[in-house]
Ligand binder design. Structure first.
Ligand SMILES: *Cc1c(COP(=O)(O)O)cnc(C)c1O
Length: 393
C-alpha cells in the first residue's frame, strides 16, 4: 500500500504504521528498550555498519521514534526525517551540523527567540558570519544572499506579527549561489505549507506546538534531502538530543488529528481575525488571511490555509492589555501555542521579554500586542468571550 502524500488526513493516520506491530497491536508500541539483541553476529555487524535495517541503541534510532519521523517525512514531502527532544534541539543541531567556521548565513531579524540567540551569540562564537535582514525586505535579502552564503534560514509566518516571506523568491535567490535553504515551518504546519515542494532543502519544526497539538509533550524534527538529514542525524547521534519513545508516541498520536485540528483552527482564526478587525477597541490585527495584511498575496500563493495564530494590538496601550487578558475565560494565559485549547499572552512578557521597549518597537511589536493561538473550541464561544472582555475595558 502506498500513501498518497496529497491526502494529508490519511497520511497523518497511516504513515509509519503500515507494517504489522508486535502481536498485531493496532497502535504503535512504545519501545522503551535502550538496546536491541542479535543472535547472529554477522547480522549485528551489518546493522551496526548501517548496511542492513535494524536497531542497535535508542540514542541513535528507536522504532517508536521512527513512526513519528515517518509521519513528518511523508507530510512534508521529504526524503528523510530525524527527530529531536525539542524544537530548539532540531534547529541548533541542524545549524551546527551543516555549518563550519568561516561559513556565512543569511536570515531574518524575526526568527523565533531561541533561533535568534543562535544567530546573535552561539554561531558567531564558532566564527560563522550571520547577516540578519529586515523581515519582509526581499530585495535586501536577495542582495545579501547574492554576495554568497552557505545557508539561508527562513521562517514564515513569523512570531508574533505573522510576517510572511515569499518563499519561492528567496529560495530562487539561494539556489543561484548554491546555498542550503532551511525553513522553520512550525507556524504553518505541513497541512498549510510545504516548503520542500517550493524548493527548500530542509524543514524544521517545533513538534511541541501544532504537531503534538495538546501542549503536553515536547519534541522537534528536521526533514528534507537525504544527504543533508544524514549529516544532521549523525550530529544528533553524538549530541544525544534524541526524542524519548514516550514523547514520540504522544507526538504520533497527536498528529493523527493534525488535519482535523488545523482545518478547524484555520477557519476559527479567520473568524476571530475578522471580528477583531472590525472592533472599535482594537488598533490593528495581524493575520495573513486578512486582505489588508502586508504578506497576504504571498500567503495566498504558498499556503493552503492561513493558520491558527494571530496577534492584535489594543487602543490605549499596555494598561488595556493588563485589564483585558485576565477577563478572558476560554484561553490559558501562558507561553507557547498550537494546542487544542486557546492560549494568549503579550509578547512583551512571553517571546520577547528579553528585549527593551525600543528593540520591540524596531521589530514592529507594539507594547499593547496580544498573541492569540486559536484552539479547537467552538468559535462562537471564543467570539463571545472576546466580546465580553473587550466590553470591560
Ligand atoms: C516554539 C518554537 C521553537 C522552539 O521549539 P521548542 O520545542 O520550544 O524547543 C522554534 N521555532 C518556532 C517557530 C517556535 O514557535
Amino acid at each position: 500500500m502506498d500513501i498518497d502524500k496529497s491526502k494529508k488526513g490519511t497520511a497523518s493516520v497511516w504513515a509509519g504504521e503500515l507494517e504489522e506491530f508486535y502481536k498485531g497491536a493496532t497502535t504503535p508500541p512504545i519501545v522503551n528498550s535502550v538496546t536491541y539483541g542479535y543472535h547472529d553476529l554477522e547480522e549485528w555487524h551489518e546493522v551496526a555498519l548501517g548496511n542492513k535495517e535494524g536497531y542497535i541503541y535508542s540514542r541513535n534510532t528507536n522504532p517508536t521514534v521512527a513512526v513519528f519521523e515517518e509521519k513528518v517525512r511523508v507530510l512534508e514531502h521529504a526524503e528523510a526525517a530525524t527527530a529531536f527532544s525539542t524544537g530548539m534541539a532540531a534547529i541548533s543541531n541542524t545549524l551546527f551540523a551543516l555549518l563550519a567556521p568561516g561559513d556565512s548565513v543569511v536570515s531574518i531579524k524575526d526568527t523565533y527567540g531561541g533561533t535568534s540567540r543562535l544567530f546573535l551569540e552561539f554561531l558567531p562564537a564558532i566564527k560563522v558570519n550571520v547577516t540578519l535582514c529586515e523581515t519582509g525586505h526581499h530585495e535586501e535579502m536577495e542582495e545579501e544572499i547574492a554576495k554568497g552564503c552557505k545557508l539561508v534560514y527562513l521562517e514564515t509566518p513569523t512570531n508574533p506579527t505573522l510576517k510572511v516571506l515569499d518563499l519561492k523568491r528567496l529560495i530562487k535567490a539561494a539556489k543561484a549561489v548554491n546555498a542550503i535553504v532551511v525553513v522553520d515551518n512550525t507556524f504553518a504546519t505541513p497541512i498549510n505549507q510545504n516548503p520542500i515542494l517550493l524548493g527548500a532543502d530542509v524543514v524544521v519544526h517545533s513538534a511541541t506546538k501544532f504537531l503534538g497539538g495538546h501542549s503536553d509533550v515536547m519534541g522537534g524534527v528536521a526533514c528534507g534531502k537525504k544527504e543533508l538529514i544524514k549529516r544532521v542525524f549523525q550530529y544528533r547521534e553524538i549530541t544525544g538530543a534524541s526524542l524519548h519513545p514516550m514523547s514520540a508516541y504522544m507526538l504520533a498520536r497527536g498528529m493523527k488529528t493534525l488535519e482535523l485540528r488545523i482545518d478547524r483552527q484555520n477557519k476559527s482564526a479567520m473568524q476571530v481575525a475578522l471580528f477583531l478587525n472590525d472592533h472599535p477597541k482594537v488598533e490593528e490585527v495581524f493575520y495573513p488571511g486578512l486582505t489588508t495584511h502586508k504578506g497576504h498575496d504571498f500567503a495566498k500563493e504558498q499556503m493552503s490555509g492561513f493558520g491558527g495564530m494571530l496577534s492584535f494590538s489594543l487602543k490605549g496601550g499596555y494598561e488595556k492589555v493588563k485589564k483585558f487578558l485576565p477577563q478572558l475565560k476560554w484561553v490559558h494565559l501562558a507561553a507557547s501555542l498550537g494546542s487544542v485549547s486557546s492560549l494568549a499572552g503579550p509578547p512583551r512578557t512571553t517571546s520577547h521579554v528579553e528585549l527593551t521597549e525600543t528593540q520591540r518597537a524596531e521589530l514592529g511589536i507594539p507594547e499593547s500586542l496580544i498573541r492569540y493561538s486559536v484552539g479547537i473550541e467552538n468559535v462562537e464561544d471564543l467570539l463571545e468571550d472576546l466580546t465580553q472582555a473587550l466590553n470591560r475595558i
